[in-house]
Design a binder for this molecule. Sequence first.
Ligand SMILES: [Zn+2]
Length: 327
Amino acid sequence: MRNSELYRRAEAEMENQRAKDLAERERRLTEVTQKDPEIGRLQGEGIRLFQEVARQVLTHPDDSQRLTALAKDKASKAREELTRRLTEAGYPADYLSNVWACPLCQDTGFVGNGLDKRRCGCFEKRVQRLMYENGSPLDRENFSTFDESIIPNDPIEGTGRTQRSQALWARDVCLHYAQSYPSNARPTLVLCGQTGLGKTFLLRCIFAYLLDKGVDAQMVTAYEAFSAMRAFHMGDGDAFDAMVNRDVLLLDDLGAEPLMKNVTTEYMFLLINERTTARRHTAVATNLEPDKIRERYGERFFSRLFDQRHGMAISLAGRDLRLHALK
Ligand SMILES: [Zn+2]
């Protein structure tokens, strides 16, 4: 499915959610008004006061400041009274106002204002979920569904660790990384290792954790990142700009994207350089060994990605978990 189609469907879902929110607010209002009719009156008081002041200002324009202040004062007294009565009737103080599935954006799908306005994490999560038709991998793949029993407990040569203990250690590193956001001393995290050792799973765990916290995070494959870079190169910069500016970017499968002249290595460097300079959080998973990364992307990219002042890299070894789980 195309991205624009996913966004359209996510928008439609949000609109549905807002309709549900309104219906829920009506239901709650009816419920509490049955217990205490005064609550119903107080709930509409703010709007009545606003209408009243608008009328008065028309006839007494010179007095508008005093009238507005008076109305504000009355409205705030009405709100206090409303809260008091709600609590007395045994409801939470925000019972009539907090009906949102996502209080952060109040189900608008956006947070922030003006130039800071951006998609809410809940919206991105909807898009991610829609991307996988059989339910979101984020529901299946998060820190609480981590299951070490599917990981072989065989020793890994030369490490003194078993594959299972290594996986638990990697999980703890990733969990700590997610929990420490936004104040990680080292905001870049690189997960290296051959295919099938759970690197994508760990990135998704971090992603799910951060989305639950409402963080502005994005997870992309290197191939998707490459597509955005190519578009940027052709003059359509939106998707690439968004990746550069996300608070957290999770970049999966670095090295699987095409190597296009003047694009791949140049823009990958630009992306990592901008993000590390601004101390934004970036977690990268790759099947490439570090020296292969140096070979493919060059020294400047390599030293940015593996700069120990800004980040840490962990390397996974062992048997392919996907094959193991089938046995
Ligand atoms: Zn939201």
